[in-house]
Design a protein around this ligand. Structure first.
Ligand SMILES: NC(=O)c1ccc[n+]([C@@H]2O[C@H](COP(=O)([O-])OP(=O)(O)OC[C@H]3O[C@@H](n4cnc5c(N)ncnc54)[C@H](O)[C@@H]3O)[C@@H](O)[C@H]2O)c1
Length: 356
């Protein structure tokens, strides 16, 4: 669908800035507005990039309804604003997390209800409960954990499916995402909102301001290039925990398909990620980074498992592939190469923000 105006909340963040710029590139006649309060360190670097790409930057906070309304009516809202760390809220106030992730989403829903417009929501694999994911039968094989059985409720060798049981605690981050999904469903039923929800696994690529709590793929490459300490943390500190990784451009490709065909997308809730073929353990990631950079780091070991740590997550993309035909096209090598090249090219600007 050719939208005339697209509002991307969190539009100066890693995902939001990519989607906003790519959308503008794909549809030059569309007005694309990126709203962001620049809370994430490094998001300020997106502002000139957005402007140079023809995207309007609006400094605003999704927690404030007036700020969202200041963007004016949009045909499509892509909700990418968030406190995106699953570790947020532990041992500290949950206010910022809940108010941004949940109140912010409600403000977007209200904006859409009053002014019209479709919604694409960036949810998370973290809607699935921690205890359930920790209970997966895993064994160590070489440098990674693998599933010891072929399938169980909501999971198989292909990964975690949308049918994975939802009972149990999931972190406040995960709870805000699941609560947001429920509210979106109600707005669809009550107000006729058209909406699609993507439960994303790890997304990576250039312009991700990786830090210990979120964006570990970029962080790993940053440390290999700019120096600084890294450690394997949790589950004994062996570095064998596994995640699937999705290139940000593959996510954009999916967003294009979903928003072009609402007859299929409306009401859909999909697990979206790199998939089993694009999964990596921390030890394997270290090896990839060392090969690309020619630098071998002594990785520390922090055996303590934090409350929200999980040992294994791989997205089963079967449902989204069946519905849209979409599959990730870019493998781990491409993802790491793109991050590497971005860090090298932008070193002077990026090292003060991402280095130690
Ligand atoms: N990156 C991933 O691996 C991943 C995985 C699953 C889901 N997601 C989801 O995708 C979305 C985008 O994540 P990201 O990786 O781009 O994170 P990010 O931190 O790079 O981007 C989020 C942006 O939101 C902005 N923001 C924070 N609070 C705000 C507020 N109150 N008002 C306005 N803007 C605010 C930040 O400044 C930042 O620019 C989030 O909803 C996240 O939960 C990301």
């Amino acid at each position: 669908m050719a939208y005339r105006k697209i509002l991307v909340t969190g539009g100066a963040g890693f995902v939001g800035s990519h989607l906003a710029l790519n959308w503008k590139r794909e549809f030059p006649s569309a007005e694309v507005v990126a709203l962001d309060n620049l809370k994430r360190r490094g998001s300020e670097l997106a502002v000139p990039r957005l402007r140079a790409g023809g995207v309007t930057f609006l400094h605003g906070d999704v927690r404030m309804r007036d700020d969202v309304d200041a963007a004016g009516p949009a045909d499509l809202i892509v909700e990418c604003s968030a406190e995106p760390s699953v570790h947020a809220g532990y041992g500290q106030s949950p206010d910022y997390l809940v108010n941004t992730n949940l109140t912010g989403l409600i403000n977007c829903l209200e904006h859409a209800r009053r002014t019209g417009g479709d919604l694409l929501f960036l949810s998370s694999s973290r809607v699935y409960p921690i205890a359930g994911l920790r209970a997966l039968p895993l064994v160590r094989e070489g440098d990674r954990l693998v599933l010891a059985e072929s399938n169980g409720p909501g999971w198989s060798a292909a990964g975690i499916a949308e049918t994975f049981p939802l009972t149990g605690a999931r972190s406040l981050y995960g709870a805000t995402k699941l609560a947001a999904e429920l509210l979106i469903e109600e707005y669809r039923a009550m107000y006729g909102l058209r909406a699609a929800i993507d439960r994303c696994g790890v997304i990576a690529g250039p312009w991700q301001m990786g830090k210990v709590d979120q964006g570990f793929v970029a962080l790993w490459m940053v440390r290999h290039l700019f120096g600084g300490a890294l450690s394997y943390s949790g589950f004994g500190g062996d570095g064998v925990q596994v995640r699937d990784i999705l290139h940000i451009d593959d996510l954009f490709a999916l967003a294009m398909l979903q928003t072009a065909d609402w007859a299929r997308s409306d009401g859909a809730v999909f697990n979206v990620g790199g998939g089993a073929g694009n999964s990596v353990s921390l030890r394997e990631l270290t090896r990839h980074c060392a090969e690309l950079t020619g630098r071998r780091l002594d990785i520390g070991c922090d055996a303590v498992t934090r409350p929200a740590d999980i040992p294994y997550y791989v997205s089963d993309n079967s449902a989204v592939t069946q519905a849209t035909g979409w599959q990730p096209q870019r493998g781990i090598d491409t993802i790491l190469r793109d991050i590497h090249d971005w860090l090298i090219a932008g070193r002077a600007q990026l090292e003060p923000i991402l280095g130690l």
